[in-house]
Design a binder for this molecule. Structure first.
Ligand code: AMP
Ligand code: MG
Length: 686
């Protein structure tokens, strides 16, 4: 499916002319052309609206621009209605049926009479339609539900899922949609005959114009006080749709419902409401030559927003996933007061001196429902048992003598000894884990203990990895002189997976702008973010940066970092592209330091600054001022060792290393024993 150039979202109205000055309850259209939002358009009645739509579709079609037009009324009825009325279950036949019969002028229309006629034919005059907005009575159309019967389902399947959606059988009244269908479908039927239109989800959207059914309340909240609700809502929806990545739109439109139709976006609300990434999200301040690492990171942190949707998974599947919402404890831990030891339970503390209590029969073990202990008795209790009523203190079994049906021990004993209070670990309703957290194995214990079984997590980010360079061949293939094996791609794909995303292998692209463009085009429809390696600099063969700048969507980030030449960051069809350098060492370091945290934000995680540790150096190093340096390092015997060579093509050193030593920007000299910051690879999430 091709991209849409123009998005038009229409809030329809079944009412009569609303006058020349903009008001609510009229027809409103929200238009977004090439991603630019237009002022909402006020259409005072349906004749005006039809003329306006006709003019818009004429000009867009003439200009070869694809249009997605949404209308806020059902395109179909509950199953069986169309066939009962028209003899065909094709909803488009029903559209024409209405178009034949509805007489509509700005001042009045026959929708209530037609509803009554249908009731007469299909429901013995008692349904399926109801509500009469006229002063005069209409035969077979009741004003209320007193004697109502409906031979069809009350709601379409989609309406049962869309919370708050109205039934299409109610012909009027606040929020009702029945009248809009009667007066809207005839207009759409005419437009459909005149223009090159496909209707969703009944037809494949391969025409110049697509009609979809919308329900703005699905994804748009209430309007600000100074705005007209209908006007505001349609412009918000059109913005949401325009901002959505094309791939997400394709996913949303992939619906099978040939008779009843469907509400656009239902089931994908999170995709519509996700704040979009701005095309300028990688823009740098003008004039700055070398950006410090911290500032580059801050910029990513400020601008990137989650693009991943939300799904509900079972407890075990939640491992490693990112929480989409805060989780509160359904149940306290422990749920009831219980004993922390094996021993004897009784009520109240005791002063110094011998305590002698009659032993009650029975015992309380873990899993037993708490019983009742008579006053001034003791009872045998086992670790984990809920305390019987009348027990708040436990004495260890090693500290008592049991004989002749009595328990004796020496005081003093503090009240509450050896017991755990209900909720002392977690209270019911307490937030146990916060949104944006990556779920660890211990979290599963906490979630399970407090009663969580289904967890709302972010869908995993799909990250494409592409290698660029004419010199590259695939591992295992024969390599000619001048060729080298593609080392970055296997490494980067594995890193993506370790970071919790879904790696998508985009293969290799030659140093050819056209081919690279085609690859990025295809990839951007398939993934949420792209990592390319190679060609990121500003040389003749640096096609990644050339292409992204050509598209006006790239920034070459000259970051004061070693290893790592410029990082090319850009947006390609709404998808962020991280163009890391080709040298494997620089490719890995730039991915760890920049792409990793950035992808975390896109995936809905918190910004994670990798935790480092100050350890004594086992090496000597003289460093120049101006750049932050990362050395391949590992810790042995409590000291940081660094790899013998700093060459950025030395792949063996990457494999040798277990982390990086980070040296700050100022010039400096490191001698053995000096403290240096060591960041284990694990801190970066790999
Ligand atoms: P570039 O950033 O494209 O100028 O590449 C810098 C260096 O990294 C060159 O020596 C490339 O041959 C090498 N290189 C680029 N991509 C890869 C790769 N995928 N695997 C191994 N080396 C690469
Ligand atoms: Mg290259």
């Amino acid at each position: 499916m091709k991209r849409f150039d123009t998005i038009v979202m229409v809030d329809w109205s079944g009412g009569n002319d609303t006058g020349p000055s903009p008001r609510k309850d009229a027809i409103w259209a929200g238009v977004n052309r090439d991603g630019l939002a237009q002022e909402p358009v006020y259409l005072r009645n349906r004749t005006v609206a039809e003329e306006w739509l006709d003019a818009l579709l004429t000009s867009e079609q003439a200009a070869g621009r694809r249009v997605l037009a949404g209308f806020d009324f059902p395109f179909g009825y509950p199953a069986g209605f169309a066939a009962a009325l028209t003899g065909s279950c094709d909803p488009l036949v029903l559209w024409d049926w209405f178009e034949d019969r509805i007489q509509d002028t700005p001042a009045s229309n026959n929708r209530f009479d037609l509803a009554g006629e249908i009731n007469q034919r299909l429901g013995n005059g008692k349904g399926p339609f109801w509500f009469n907005g006229l002063r005069r009575d209409v035969e077979s159309l009741a004003r209320n539900l007193d004697a109502y019967t409906n031979p069809f389902a009350q709601k379409r399947q989609s309406e049962t899922l869309a919370k708050g959606a109205f039934t299409c059988w109610q012909m009027g009244g606040a929020g009702a949609v029945g009248g809009q269908i009667f007066t809207g479908l005839p207009v759409l039927a005419r437009l459909r005959r005149k223009f090159d239109v496909a209707v969703w989800p009944f037809q494949p959207l391969d025409k110049a114009i697509s009609f979809v059914e919308i329900w703005p309340s699905l994804t748009v909240g209430s309007a600000p006080e100074n705005k007209i609700k209908d006007a505001w809502q349609v412009s918000e929806v059109s913005k949401q749709v325009a901002a959505m990545p094309h791939a997400a739109l394709i996913e949303i439109l992939d619906v099978v419902s040939p008779e009843e139709g469907w509400i656009f976006g239902l089931g994908f609300e999170d995709k519509l409401t996700a704040p979009p990434l701005r095309n300028d999200c990688f823009a740098l301040p003008p004039g700055v030559h070398w950006t410090p690492v911290a500032e580059a990171l801050q910029r990513l942190r400020d601008r990137l927003v989650p693009v991943a949707g939300i799904e509900t998974v079972g407890l075990q599947q939640a491992m490693g996933r990112i929480l989409a919402r805060d989780v509160t404890a359904k149940r306290a831990n422990p749920p009831l007061p219980n004993t922390a030891v094996d021993g004897y339970g009784f009520a109240g503390g005791r002063d110094a001196g011998t305590v002698d209590l009659p032993l009650s029969s029975g015992r309380a073990a873990a899993g037993d429902a708490p019983g009742i202990l008579p006053a001034d008795h003791a009872i045998r209790v086992l670790t984990g048992a809920a305390l019987p009523q009348g027990v708040d203190t436990v004495v260890l079994q090693e500290d008592v003598v049991v004989a002749d049906g009595r328990v004796r021990f020496a005081g003093p004993v503090r009240q509450g000894s050896n017991t755990r209070k209900a909720g002392e670990d977690v209270a019911q309703g307490q937030t146990i884990l916060e949104a944006k957290r990556r779920i660890a194995s211990a979290d599963l214990a906490l979630l399970a203990a407090t009663g969580a079984a289904q967890i709302d997590v972010r869908k995993q980010l799909r990250v494409g990895v592409l290698s660029t360079g004419d010199e590259l061949v695939e591992a295992g293939d024969s390599a000619e002189d001048g060729q080298i094996y593609d080392a970055n791609r296997p490494m980067l794909l594995a890193m993506v997976a370790q970071l919790g995303h879904i790696p998508v292998d985009l293969g290799r692209a030659p140093d050819d702008r056209g081919k690279l463009r085609a690859r990025l085009d295809a990839a951007s429809a398939q993934v949420d973010a792209i990592i390319t390696s190679g060609g990121a600099s500003a040389g003749d063969e640096d096609h990644v940066s050339a292409l992204l700048s050509e598209a006006g969507a790239m920034e070459l980030w000259r970051i004061a970092i070693k290893p790592g030449r410029p990082l090319a960051l850009g947006m390609w069809h709404g998808k962020p592209v991280f163009g890391v350098p080709g040298n494997p060492v620089a490719a890995m370091v730039c991915t760890l330091v920049f792409a990793g945290p950035a992808m975390g934000l896109l995936a809905g995680a918190d910004w994670v600054a990798p935790q480092g540790f100050d350890v004594p150096a086992a090496f000597t190093k003289r460093k120049k001022a101006g750049r932050r340096e990362y050395l391949r390092a590992r810790v042995r015997d409590g000291q940081a060792e660094v790899f013998a060579s700093e060459g950025s093509g030395r792949i063996s050193g990457l494999s040798w290393a277990e982390g990086l030593v980070e040296l700050a920007e100022p010039a400096g000299e490191v001698s053995p024993g000096d403290l240096v910051r060591f960041i284990p690879f694990g801190s970066f999430g790999i």
